[in-house]
Design a binder for this molecule. Structure first.
Ligand code: HEC
Length: 110
């Protein structure tokens, strides 16, 4: 392997996990939250920018489970909460907190 190629490979391996993780939370949010809270939704329109970082932390800690216990995912037709692993929940929370109204990069979920 040439030095240049080896350098590029290492660079790719170092940046890939961070990239995948970031994409993951956004994709999860789009597929599991936006499906019911997109533009014009009667359930309320929510994107990461809808709340502050503290409000999102509180939401994931205390509100999400009681208010979504009987939520059925419109695409998979499975119970929303049962369909998400603890790691996916964490990624969703991180995405919402990282892009909250008072974060450095407020964002919708695209
Ligand atoms: C199957 C549709 C559905 C999905 C998927 C869904 N929600 Fe909801 N959500 C609702 C409904 C219906 C309500 C209203 C519940 C109520 O009024 O008690 C609600 C309420 C809320 C509220 C306001 C009430 C509260 O508890 O503070 C927030 C914020 C919220 N959802 C965020 C989310 C997030 C974040 C996700 C993704 C992890 C998500 N929702 C996924 C249907 C859904």
């Amino acid at each position: 392997m040439t030095f240049r190629l080896r350098f590029l490979t290492i660079l790719l391996l170092l940046t890939l996990p961070a990239f995948l993780f970031a994409a993951d939370g956004q994709t999860l949010f789009r597929e599991n939250c936006k499906v019911c809270h997109g533009k014009g939704s009667k359930n309320g329109v929510y994107t990461p920018m809808s709340f502050t970082q503290d409000q999102w932390r509180r939401f994931f800690a205390t509100k999400l489970v009681p208010s979504h216990k009987s939520a059925i995912h419109p695409v998979t037709h499975k119970n929303l909460l049962e369909g998400l692993t603890p790691a996916e929940m964490k990624a969703l929370q991180n995405f919402a907190v990282d892009h909250a109204a008072d974060s450095e990069q407020p964002a919708t979920c695209g």
